[in-house]
Design a protein around this ligand. Structure first.
Ligand SMILES: Nc1ncnc2c1ncn2[C@@H]1O[C@H](COP(=O)(O)OP(=O)(O)OP(=O)(O)O)[C@@H](O)[C@H]1O
Ligand SMILES: [Mg+2]
Ligand SMILES: [Zn+2]
Length: 316
């Protein structure tokens, strides 16, 4: 039986054109590739599941692609190097998970191997994922190599927590911030994947997934992946809600709005259990007919108080 590949891995961007959003990073990397001005060290930071590792692999692929035309940054995805990189077997692409290789020994090991020539293409690309997890001595050991790596080496540090990266490291890298995706971007991507996978998903179900994913494309595609085998036939909003066990965020919004307004009378919830719970809890806090009065802020010129010097600012 062939191994099932999760949708988010199957639909990892293999060209810059297929990388959703992240325009600044994408344009800058493509410009550098076309102009032959690729930096020796990059730092990709930002929310999880927004394309940092994908972009790092794309950069690696384009750098070592033997079929890439001079006027484009797009890898050919056909040459031996491209095929090996897609399959994850390329010797010139070294991915280090800093979460499990955090110490100085691993970085010393890296420093020794960095000088060895690449196996196939002109470059060796080191992707250090979760780079913020490196220990301080490990960062220190990396600094020298990061500053002046051999000409055939490019580092890409990826992190969801740039604040934990020492400034000395940031200063040696070109940094790009990867932004969360908008709901529209996620819906468009899900639509593309659903079409390719020949599954039918209601527009509202897409919206729910997009909203639940909170800007993470990986989470969105992962949720779709969960739904496909569970739903027999088209995926409806109700199916998406119940299968994913997610309360409709709009329902929660309405609930919160009502809480803040202090209006408990008509929570407008379709779920009768929630309503009865709400009505029960309504008895506990004494209902305030009027919101508490705040002291009025003085308007116009400050009033003089008898026997005192006038206040300097009007708002005091
Ligand atoms: N910009 C994007 N365009 C298209 N698909 C994306 C994008 N970002 C993420 N994805 C989807 O999410 C998956 C994971 O993306 P990736 O590994 O690049 O995210 P990441 O930013 O490195 O996340 P993490 O911070 O968790 O490591 C991809 O395989 C792809 O399916
Ligand atoms: Mg990653
Ligand atoms: Zn190629």
């Amino acid at each position: 039986m062939p191994e099932y590949q999760s949708l988010y891995r199957k639909y990892r961007s293999q060209t810059f054109a297929d990388l959703v959003g992240q325009d600044a990073a994408s344009r800058a990397l493509q410009g550098a590739l076309i102009g032959g001005r690729v930096s020796h060290a990059y730092l990709f930071s930002g929310s999880r599941g927004t394309g940092k590792t994908s972009a790092a692999r794309l950069l690696a692929k384009a750098l070592n692609c033997s079929g890439r035309k001079r006027d484009t940054a797009e890898p050919c995805n056909k040459c031996q190097s491209c095929l090996e990189m897609t399959a994850g077997s390329a010797l010139d692409l070294i991915e280090i998970d800093a979460a499990s290789n955090r110490g100085i020994d691993e970085i010393r090991d890296l420093r020794e191997k960095v000088n060895l020539a690449p196996a196939l293409g002109p470059f060796k690309i080191y992707i250090i994922d979760e780079a913020h997890m490196l220990t301080e001595p490990a960062f220190n050991a990396l600094l020298k190599t990061l500053e002046e790596p051999p000409a055939h080496v490019v580092f890409v540090l990826c992190t969801t927590d740039a604040q934990k990266i020492p400034l000395t490291v940031i200063g040696r890298c070109q940094q790009f911030v990867f932004r969360r995706h908008s709901e529209d971007q996620i819906v468009a991507r899900l639509t593309h994947i659903a079409l390719a996978e020949e599954v039918s998903v209601d527009a509202e179900a897409m919206q729910l997934i997009a909203r639940t994913a909170q800007g993470s494309m990986r989470d969105a595609v992962g949720l779709l992946d969960q739904l496909v085998p569970l739903a027999a036939g088209p995926i409806s909003l109700e199916a998406a809600r119940s299968l994913l066990g997610i309360a409709d965020p709009r329902l929660l919004d309405t609930l919160l709005d009502n809480v803040f307004r202090g209006s408990w009378s008509r929570p407008r919830l379709r779920d009768s259990r929630s309503r009865s719970e709400l009505l029960k809890s309504r008895k506990r806090p004494p209902r305030q007919s009027q919101p508490p009065r705040l002291p009025a802020l003085p308007l116009g010129p400050p009033r003089r108080k008898r026997g005192r010097t006038p206040p300097r600012t009007a708002g005091r």
